[in-house]
Design a protein around this ligand. Structure first.
Ligand SMILES: NC(=O)c1ccc[n+]([C@@H]2O[C@H](COP(=O)([O-])OP(=O)(O)OC[C@H]3O[C@@H](n4cnc5c(N)ncnc54)[C@H](OP(=O)(O)O)[C@@H]3O)[C@@H](O)[C@H]2O)c1
Length: 293
């Protein structure tokens, strides 16, 4: 396979960590790392703090990639909310201003940008969202991701991949991955039963990033299953297969679980994939596919 030079941000995050396992392009990378440089010889590590927005374009010029995969962001919804409306804050700087710098670099150098976005760009008031639905975020996190999406959309060549509560059973740092790997709990786990989601399988997200790197997708795409689940129904389905587990859990509402920050969540996080499914060469994975193996 011919090598494409790719610079990637956020390789140490939940999605990025699985990149080296699932991507065809895991060797021709420049890891624009923040706190965790890579140790693999095949991956070049270059320090980049997205908060230092004035350094970004120079570092990208030196890396000179053909494609940038921009995963990095401050993603914790409640943490982001503490900086609500603060356009001098770190969340705005990392999620929006850093993306602006990356977009401007892509414009000047004709570089392809692959950007990962989220269901949190939508309020969840509608029954479902298409790739072209109007963005109406309710949280500061969602707001910064929506503004960043719109910046990315000014480019000629971009891919925006929207995902929902990404999971991978191989990674116990995702909620469903940790459920899959835990067979016993000291006390029963409260699991939300009214947060409706079309969840995303991390290997599918990475396969879609590969297609974007290859120039096969230049638009906004939803990468998630069609089946609607809640965290509770998902845990129930996973645990049904392990009869011997001493893993006990009980349903709780989003409102009881998150209390005053429940309203920041996209309660109906249902992304329609009819169009997106038609432009990829594989079927988006359902939770039941993964459970049944
Ligand atoms: N996980 C999901 O369920 C999900 C769903 C939909 C969309 N997304 C989107 O997918 C992307 C990746 O999400 P994730 O869950 O993998 O995120 P994550 O686990 O929270 O990781 C965030 C990544 O961003 C990097 N980062 C944060 N601040 C930085 C800074 N100042 N400079 C450079 N890098 C910085 C972190 O590196 P350090 O740790 O070294 O700071 C880390 O690699 C995000 O854009 C997110 O919005 C995620």
């Amino acid at each position: 396979m011919s090598k494409i030079s790719i610079a990637i941000t956020g390789l140490s995050g939940v999605i990025g960590r699985r990149f080296s396992y699932h991507s065809k392009y895991n060797t021709s990378l420049t890891n624009l790392n923040h706190r965790k440089p890579t140790t693999k010889n095949s991956i070049q590590s270059v320090f980049l703090d997205l908060y230092q927005t004035e350094t970004i374009r120079n570092i990208l010029r030196q890396a000179n990639p053909k494609v940038i995969v921009h995963l990095a962001a401050i993603t914790h919804i409640d943490r982001c909310e503490t900086e609500k409306n603060d356009t001098n804050g770190s969340v705005w700087k990392v999620n929006v201003e850093a993306t602006r710098q990356i977009v401007e670099y892509c414009q000047e150098s004709n570089t392809k940008l692959v950007y990962i976005s989220t269901e949190n760009v939508f309020s969840g008031i509608a029954s479902e969202y298409s790739e072209n639905s109007v963005l109406d975020p309710v949280s500061w996190y969602g707001n910064t991701k929506a503004v960043a999406e719109n910046l990315v959309r000014t480019l000629n060549d971009y891919t925006i991949i929207r995902a929902v509560s990404a999971y991978d059973f191989m990674d116990s740092s995702t909620f469903l991955g940790s459920v899959y790997h835990t067979s016993e709990l000291k006390k029963p786990l409260a699991v939300v039963d009214n947060h409706f989601q079309t969840i995303s399988f991390i290997p599918d997200i990475i396969k879609t990033i590969d297609l974007a790197i290859e120039g096969k997708i230049s638009e906004t795409i939803h990468v998630c299953g069609k089946m609607i689940s809640t965290p509770y129904s998902a845990v129930k389905a996973i645990k049904k297969t392990n009869q011997n587990d001493r893993f006990s859990f009980y349903p709780v509402s989003l409102e009881n679980y998150f209390q005053s920050s429940a309203d920041l969540r996209t309660k109906n996080a249902i992304l329609n994939t009819a169009h997106s499914q038609s432009i990829v060469d594989f079927r988006f994975t359902e939770l039941s596919d993964v459970i049944l193996g």
